[in-house]
Design a protein around this ligand. Structure first.
Ligand SMILES: [Zn+2]
Length: 164
């Protein structure tokens, strides 16, 4: 499949040969996606990144798209991505074509990905803190519950608790 098919017609940016296209991002979430991929704020020596806000989408009406040149995102990055943009699809581009394509999936257990909202939780102790583990309790809307203290984080709050 050609990259142009993967990320919609009429894009103003050139094709990438090696990299990642994150497609079907809910409109308005592209910056949150850049943050979890550690691409925001942009650095002068960082990857070349193209962002499209409010692209046409048959499926979603509007969508955002993020293209990262020279970086194939990892499964860990994809797990964090699923927390802020659960509808998104990842296209891994190799040699100018889509080599892999998958829908992101919120992890059943988010380990070390989300900070517990409870300030007295064992995972937030300053001395010997325990690695935070949050279990997925609902997919739509997203909801996670702390394995240790039972505190929950809902879809709207997730961005503020992401650790990566
Ligand atoms: Zn907790």
């Amino acid at each position: 499949m050609e990259l142009s098919e993967a990320c919609g017609e009429g894009l103003l940016v050139r094709k990438i040969v090696e990299g990642t296209v994150v497609d079907h991002i809910p409109p308005g979430k592209a910056i949150a996606v850049l943050k979890v991929l550690r691409l925001w704020p942009p650095k002068p020596d960082g990857y070349r990144v193209a962002v499209v806000f409010n692209a046409e989408s048959r499926k979603m009406g509007r969508k955002d798209i993020v293209k990262v040149e020279g970086h194939h995102i990892s499964r860990e990055e994809a797990a964090a991505l699923a927390l802020v943009a659960p509808s998104s699809t990842v296209n891994i581009i190799r040699g100018g074509v889509v080599a892999e394509k998958w829908k992101v999936k919120p992890p059943e257990v988010a380990e070390g990905l989300l900070r517990c909202p409870n300030p007295t939780c064992i995972t937030r102790k300053e001395r010997e803190p325990v690695k935070p583990r949050m279990r997925l309790v609902s997919k739509e809307p997203l909801k996670y519950r702390c394995v240790y203290c039972g505190s929950t984080i809902g879809q709207d709050e997730i961005e503020g608790y992401i650790l990566v």
